[in-house]
Design a protein around this ligand. Sequence first.
Ligand code: BDR
Ligand code: CA
Length: 307
Amino acid sequence: MTKVLIDCDPGHDDATAILYAARHLELVGISTVYGNQSVDKTTQNALSLTALLGIDVPVARGCEQPLIRTFRHGGDVHGKTGIDGAELPAPRQEAIDAHAVDFIIETASRYREELVLCPIGPFTNVALALRKEPRLARWLRGISCMGGTTQVGNTTPVAEFNIWCDPEAADVVFRSGVHIWMVGLNVTRQVGITEGDIARLNEGGAVARAYGGLFGFFRRRLGEIHGLSTASLHDPCALVPFIDPNLITYANCPVEIELGDGLTRGMTVCDFRTLTSARLENIRSRSASNCEVAVGVRARSLVEHIM
Ligand code: BDR
Ligand code: CA
């Protein structure tokens, strides 16, 4: 069973990723980061989720700001708590003493070449861990992230939220040499929980009803803000390659992060050119494509599997 450490900012879809990993994979840890809300709130949410799910997994609190710029929390689609829509139980455990950056390094060192790191929030913790311990890049089996897009963005016309929050951190991660699976909005927006799914959850047991409440709120906000009719299950998609690889198709592709200050800051520039001219061969070897980018999804089957 694949060992995963989830680096997250719960977050409605982060909450689903935690549930999905706990059910199908060996979830060895959770680290938290600012993003959908402050790191105090996302950490509290992660701890409450472990109580709701009855799982005993260490939770390590991480960074409260991006590497360089100051970040202001909007709390828009995820609400004031970062996970509005359901009353979650009080945490039964506290965050561990170690900072997320050290926790990531220690966990990867313990499970050499076995651990998949899943960043599903801004990439700040992961970038700092790679900088603090350069051997981390060798110790990891890979990094499977939710972030970026091959098409339109959600935070700017071309940038996706997790990358846009800290493009410099994402750049460190994408240049680290670690094998990367990137699932972006072009795929995750297709994986939508419908009103009918939410009604089904609301007829289930305590955990299902909690998720029904969460998704009711999330779907309504995504409708109001982005005009979507379903609640996108972005973050659990990052776990799919290790649960059922038939559900999402990935293609090998060099990816670079736009760090400029202009309109395209935070864009994931995916080089899908397939020509084989000498010039392009040079470009390819320079970028040393260590990245697989999600390009297709059996969306309804995946929603059903998560349900
Ligand atoms: C990503 O941003 C957050 O709002 C979600 O949790 C997801 O990780 C989607 O752009
Ligand atoms: Ca997230």
